[in-house]
Design a protein around this ligand. Sequence first.
Ligand code: MRU
Length: 344
Amino acid sequence: MSNPKQLSVQALQWSGHSLKVLDQRLLPEQIRYDEYQDAAGVTEAIASMRVRGAPAIGIAAAYGVVLSVQQHYPNSDWQTAVNQDIEQLAASRPTAVNLFWALDKMRAALASNPAEPLTVLEQLAIQIHADDTAANHAMGERGADVIGDAKAVLTHCNAGALATGGYGTALGVIRSLHKRGKLENVYADETRPWLQGARLTVWELAQDGIPATLIADSAAAWLMKSGKVDWIIVGADRIAANGDVANKIGTYSLAVLAKQHGVKVMVAAPSSTFDFSMENGDAIEIEQRNPKELLPECYLQADSLVNAWNPVFDVTPAELITAIVTERGVVLNPGQHGVRSLMP
Ligand code: MRU
């Protein structure tokens, strides 16, 4: 079985017996798919950021569970082996709740179908993948409705097809706006230190014929001051019940700057990104990555006096957000009432 919706850029391709992962560390210079046949490989692909972006991580993990069942079933004790693989997948990255959401779904399906796990789990993973793409299209249209006639937007990190099942969350809204013909400029932050904006977002938009303008992260305040952007549109890794949003480091600074300059802030995310067990964003675990990802080579010796602090997400308080858009609906001014109205 193949993925249901073909798009110009696909982060993940399921072959029926392996998962092909576009190595996003190599983009835009090189387009290379690595093929994984077991959950350990998929775990490594997530931890090393070959695949990244909250929804894509969840989808990859779901396929990882399928690969685990294919590897271990029907050996004696196959369930123990699969559960160990699920634990390993869950430990790959901490912040995006979509990972745990997808693994919980796979675990529940496993528990209720122990006699026939192969087909059921494969169908569920494919469904999770297809549902995410469909959710992106729905939120793209909803987000474009909210934004209406804006001429220019700024996005951060990569919340596009590369980060999802396809189409994208923030980039889904931008794609839908572009189709409506009103959008004149899409600005993208470089997004240090991984450069998801510079390497992935502008490349992905260009693949679809959408012109984009790259800025240094530190140019965002001046861009807003110059009146060149109407909205900031970002994705999310976890949204708490009060509407606080964890997303790529730098999102919080953009939201603070937006308030100063009268720019609106939209967060676009599928419902798999909501964590209603968290009242607010205070308890969200913020992934700290290796200081080596930030430090120039010359500071890597053991006796170096230079270290780095490398949190890769931050939490934007709900009161700085104008709209949270999902496939289920939109919450305007989430700072007033939170997002429980979107609870299933
Ligand atoms: O570290 P990354 O690249 O996985 O971080 C990705 C982001 O922060 C995205 O904005 C978020 O996951 C939403 S993707 C639709």
